[in-house]
Design a protein around this ligand. Structure first.
Ligand code: SF4
Ligand code: SF4
Length: 132
């Protein structure tokens, strides 16, 4: 399951200045896969992937350490009314989230998404958006 972590880095005690992910891995024994990280001097946003059965435990511990956690069940959302199954999103996605099924309809495996945003920009019908 994907979890989107956000934290500020304004003060010395903020989680953005502490190795919180490493700490949670050490404490829980859960292997955390970091899929994307945007961190600057003021704030951080990190997308992690954890085994479904461990997600609640990891989320709870991260929140205890001051990290804001959002569960990304469907990271990328397709508006079926707008989608015309053109396939433009298939080639641009680095994670192979999109494919055609046997009837040439778009299939979306959003659990693979790392929120790079490329498909949202590429879709000519504005059918794709990030989970709000
Ligand atoms: S690019 Fe947009 S319209 Fe085309 S298949 Fe993908 S979601 Fe549908
Ligand atoms: S946001 Fe990036 S990884 Fe996610 S579906 Fe779109 S192109 Fe693929």
């Amino acid at each position: 399951m994907k979890l989107l972590l956000t934290f500020s880095r304004k003060g010395r005690g903020d989680p953005g200045r502490e190795p919180v992910i490493a700490r949670v891995v050490k404490e829980t024994g859960v292997l955390i896969n970091v899929e994307k990280a945007n961190i600057d001097s003021m704030a951080g946003e990190v997308l992690i992937d954890v085994p479904d059965g461990d997600a609640e435990r990891v989320q709870r511990r991260l929140e205890e350490l001051g990290v804001s956690v959002r569960v990304m069940e469907n990271a990328i959302v397709r508006d079926e009314e707008e989608c015309v199954d053109c396939g433009a999103c298939i080639s641009i996605c680095p994670q192979e989230v999109f494919s055609f099924d046997e009837e040439w309809k778009l299939r979306v495996r959003s659990e693979r998404c790392v929120l790079c945003g490329k498909c949202i920009q590429a879709c000519p019908h504005g059918a794709l958006s990030q989970q709000g």
